[in-house]
Structures are given as C-alpha cells and as structure tokens.
Design a protein around this ligand. Structure first.
Ligand code: NAD
Ligand code: ZN
Length: 355
C-alpha cells in the first residue's frame, strides 16, 4: 500500500517489483481514462517491456453486473491474457469491484493492482479485498474476497472528481474518525476547509490514517465475524435510504451522513453518548456541506428494507451506535418506536440539508 501525491507517474517500478508478468491490462472507465489514462500509460510504458493494454467499460452502478464481467473476460481471452497477467484496476469503487472480481475469476485468479481514483475507493473499497457485482435482486450479491497485491493511492487524482462526489467520500472519512480515531476526528474539525479545497498535504494525512484504520479492522476480522461491524456505522439507515429512493436521490456518502446523524441521536436517546460529544459529531458532519433532504420518505417505508438488510439477523436490525468520539458499540437492538420517532426528528436537525 503506497499513498503519496504524484505517485501515479511511478507505477511501472512498483509493478515490476511484484515479479514477472506477461502483460498489463488496465481496466478502467471512459471517464476516468479521459483524465488519467495517458499519464498512467506513459508511466507504465517507460518501465515495462511487456505489453500494456487498456480495456474500458461503463462504470455506472447499473452496469456493475455479471454481463460486464463476461465482456471483460472475453476481451482478456481475445487479447491473449494468460495466468501471468497483471490487471490494474484504475477508477472508483465500481471499477475496483468489477475489475477485482474479474481478476479473481479470470483463469481462477491473476495478479491485481488497484489505482483508486475516488475518495471512497482510496479510503474504503481498495482496502479489505472485497470484490463483486450486483444482481437484479440486490447489490454486491456475487463476489469474492480477493486482496490486491499492490494499491497505488495518489490524492492528486481526486482533483478531477466532481465536487459532490468528492464530498460524498468525505462523509466516509468522518466515519473513520467517529468509529476509531479521536485524533483523526480532531484533525477533521480543524482542517475541513483545507480538505474541501482538496489540499494535497491534508488529504495525504487523512487518507493514510483512514487506510490504516480500515486495514487494521479488516486484518483483525477478515471474514466479517465481529469488529468489521464498526465499519457499518451509519450504513444501516444509509443503505435503507438509498434503497427507498432507488439509488437516485443520494450519493452513498450522503445517505451515510443521514445514517450517522440518526445513530448519534440513538446514542443520545439510549444514554450511550453524552450531549457535548453528540454535538461535536453532528457539527463535523454538517461541516462537510449540504445533503439532499429526506422529504417524502416515511419511517414505515424503511422498516421492511431495514429488516431485509444483509446484516440484519432474523429480521432484527442490529445498529452500530457511538459511545464517544473514536468509539462505537455494535450489535444493538433498538425498539421500533425509538427508530421511527428519531427518524421523524431528523429533518429538523440538519441545518445544512437542502431540498
Ligand atoms: N469493495 C468494497 O469494500 C467497497 C466499499 C465501498 C464501496 N464499494 C462500492 O463502490 C461503488 C461506489 O464507488 P465510488 O463511490 O468510488 O463511485 P464510482 O466508482 O461510482 O465513481 C463515481 C463517479 O466518478 C467518476 N470518477 C472516478 N474517478 C474519477 C476521477 N478521478 N475524476 C473524475 N471522475 C472520476 C466515475 O467514472 C463515476 O462516474 C459502489 O458500487 C459500492 O458498492 C465497495
Ligand atoms: Zn460506505
């Protein structure tokens, strides 16, 4: 794992150090390629004597499916890719999940390198080895654990990311501060403006910190028995909001922002969390900027979605709630009356919500 500004021009050397390869296939999307394809190809070409090729595919969530895996795999066959191929996944979480699964399954597994280009991919999806695609029945239902051999993370590639997309990733960064790292949380309180400007130094500090937290949590709990649940903070309600609005109203991080606000209110209501700590959490979430409103979404509508969540046990929703900045508790069952009452209070709480 390497994280530094300007690392993108040096991937050739890092990939060479992984050992012999017969060909490098950069799997990416047309949009990412437009910005970062040439610099990457140039840098790879300088160092490698092997063939470097690009395979581009649609990275919209609706194309994150088995048909795309088939299409990529067939292109790899046609291009003559063998067992000693290296796949470089350059893009956001969709590219990483799809290309990662293609690498895991093509000829039963070829070498995988991630070059994450969104904040979400840099602090979350490129770490932990989860790959996979959606089925019409639901998200990420088919996949594999397939950790990459190398992750090259360059905060500079975030400069071309649309601002809303970038801010959405910042909510995931805030999540790490709340669940595990009071120092990161404090840094975010002090440097949010620099981060919103995408200052390379602030970003490098923050991304490195998030990577360390996720890697630590995943290493202690590789197959999701326990500790990994803390990463789900804000995601229980967040996923339900995304599903209830058919993934159209909120970007993922925005839905998680609402989920974290709700979890903070649950923490207060169940006397797990003291008020000053709750205020700090809510203020930090608010400082990232506006999120789409909850207008028209009713708690009753969310209930069956929550009960059907992959992480629910026998219809019982298990929540992750904050105890203080840097510490959360997981596996908590809450009475539905509290959930629905809190949900009704949520819209008033966020001064930053826009309709
Ligand atoms: N595997 C995991 O552990 C894990 C964790 C979190 C999320 N995910 C998955 O990740 C996906 C979401 O990923 P995401 O939030 O990175 O979004 P994304 O991959 O959908 O990318 C968002 C948009 O930004 C564009 N883009 C990417 N990098 C860019 C750049 N540098 N400049 C300009 N445009 C750029 C993409 O083309 C896309 O249009 C979801 O499918 C989710 O399930 C997986
Ligand atoms: Zn998330």
């Amino acid at each position: 794992m390497q994280c530094a500004p300007g690392i993108l021009p040096r991937p050739g050397a890092a990939i060479s150090r992984l050992g012999e390869t017969t060909g490098i296939y950069v799997l990416s999307s047309p949009r990412v390629w437009e910005h970062w394809g040439r610099p990457l190809l140039r840098a790879l070409g300088q160092r490698q004597r092997v063939r470097v090729r690009a395979i581009l595919f649609d990275d919209s969530e609706s194309a994150k499916d088995l048909a795309t895996i088939e299409q990529i795999s067939r292109q790899l066959v046609l291009a003559g890719a063998d067992r000693h191929t290296t796949i470089v996944a350059m893009g956001g979480g969709v590219v990483g999940d799809v290309a990662g699964f293609a690498a895991a399954s093509y000829l039963r597994g070829v070498r995988l390198v991630h070059v994450p280009t969104t904040l979400v991919a840099q602090v979350d999806s490129s770490i932990g080895g989860k790959t996979g695609v959606n089925l019409p029945e639901g998200k990420n239902l088919v996949g594999a654990f397939y950790p990459p051999q190398l992750v090259l993370t360059d905060p500079k590639v975030l400069l071309t990311l649309p601002h809303r997309e970038y801010r959405s990733g910042l909510y995931e960064v805030v999540k790490y501060g709340i669940i595990a790292d009071p120092e990161l949380f404090m840094y975010l309180e002090r440097h949010m403006l620099a981060l919103l400007r995408r200052d390379a130094k602030a970003l490098t500090w923050v991304i490195t910190r998030c990577i360390r937290i996720k890697a630590h949590v995943v290493a202690r709990d590789e197959h999701e028995g326990g500790l990994r649940h803390i990463l789900n903070f804000g995601h229980t309600l967040g996923h339900a909001l995304e599903a209830a609005t058919r993934y159209r109203r909120f970007l993922h991080g925005e839905a998680i922002a609402w989920g974290m606000l709700a979890a903070t209110l649950f923490g207060l209501a169940t006397e797990r969390l003291r008020e000053p700590e709750a205020m700090r959490i809510m203020r930090l979430i608010g400082s990232v900027g506006p999120v789409p409103s909850l207008a028209g979404i009713r708690a009753a509508q969310l209930r069956p979605i929550l009960a059907g969540d992959k992480k629910a046990r026998g219809g019982r929703v298990l929540w992750v709630l904050p105890r203080r900045v840097g510490k959360v508790e997981w596996g908590i069952d809450l009475p539905w009356t509290l959930v629905s009452r809190t949900f009704a209070e949520l819209p008033r709480l966020s001064a930053t919500a826009k309709s």
